[in-house]
Design a protein around this ligand. Structure first.
Ligand SMILES: NC(=O)c1ccc[n+]([C@@H]2O[C@H](COP(=O)([O-])OP(=O)(O)OC[C@H]3O[C@@H](n4cnc5c(N)ncnc54)[C@H](O)[C@@H]3O)[C@@H](O)[C@H]2O)c1
Length: 251
């Protein structure tokens, strides 16, 4: 699978770790030049890409802040001249409590990052892609964007919202040569799931038991689906929410 994204300019948010890092690292292997964005330091991700002979730059962003998102797109275009592929992946898990116990502060924080953040990124990416005459976007939703998941009301609502935003934008830009899809991972072993285990001991065990394959995914297993969805190989796919979940929602 080489050259799927040859000479394309790619942006990934949440690229400092986990699924975002795995996706940022996978794309130069397919020929893309990558802007790695995160509110955290992405130097390590950039170094991994450069050590493998790829081209990458980094920019700090808070996806919940409109001015910061606009500046991220400006920095990408200033560095590489255009934006062809965007992976809107930054996200947080939020508190783990039932709906009636959930705090308003965490509700607003999770919605701001996981839902509004994806919309803000799409807003400025789409403006740039329209100017250029095309592009492809993948948003990270979750299996929690397709089915209910207890003890995560804001996360579940935000991820269902990401699926809706994806379908809406796919219809709006289908005739503008811009495809918009979502990836819906099942349980993936990353900082996010490891910190959930610290908050709620036994979480990882429970998550693993719910996975039909009896294991969690490695970030690279999600990244390979993302790279393909962004590539010309998925040229007739738009508005799709693709579960990469080891069979989680097949039950
Ligand atoms: N790990 C899983 O099991 C799983 C399952 C389904 C979906 N997801 C989704 O995958 C995405 C990536 O999660 P991950 O598991 O790799 O977690 P992670 O914690 O390893 O990575 C998330 C990244 O997002 C960044 N981030 C958080 N808030 C940000 C903000 N406001 N602005 C910019 N960057 C911000 C973090 O700094 C971090 O680098 C998230 O959207 C998450 O909801 C994860």
């Amino acid at each position: 699978m080489t050259g799927l994204c040859q000479n394309k300019i790619a942006l990934v948010t949440g690229g400092a770790a986990g699924i975002g890092r795995a996706s940022a690292v996978a794309r130069p292997r397919e020929g893309a030049l990558v802007m790695v964005a995160d509110r955290a330091d992405c130097t390590e991700t950039v170094q991994i890409i450069q050590a493998a002979g790829g081209t990458a730059r980094t920019v700090r962003v808070d996806v919940a802040d409109e001015a910061s998102v606009e500046a991220m797109i400006e920095a990408t275009v200033a560095a590489f001249g255009r934006l062809d592929l965007a992976f809107n992946n930054a996200g947080v898990s939020g508190e783990m409590s039932k709906t009636a116990d959930y705090s308003s502060a965490d509700w607003h924080r999770v919605i701001a990052i996981n839902l509004t953040g994806v919309w803000l990124c799409m807003k400025y990416e789409l403006r740039q892609m329209l100017k250029q005459g095309g592009g492809a976007i993948v948003n990270t939703a979750s299996v929690a964007g397709l089915v209910g998941m207890s003890h995560a009301p804001a996360y579940c609502a935000a991820k269902h919202g990401v699926v809706g935003l994806t379908k809406n934008a796919a219809l709006e830009y289908a005739r503008s040569n811009i495809r918009v899809n979502a990836v819906c991972p099942g349980g993936v072993l990353t900082d996010m799931t490891e910190s959930a285990e610290r908050e709620l001991p036994g979480f990882l065990d429970k998550l693993t038991k719910h996975e039909p394959m009896g294991r969690l995914a490695a970030p690279a297993e999600i990244a390979s689906a993302v790279v393909w969805l962004l590539s010309a190989g998925a040229s007739f796919m738009t508005g799709h929410a693709m579960a990469v979940d080891g069979g989680f929602i097949a039950r």
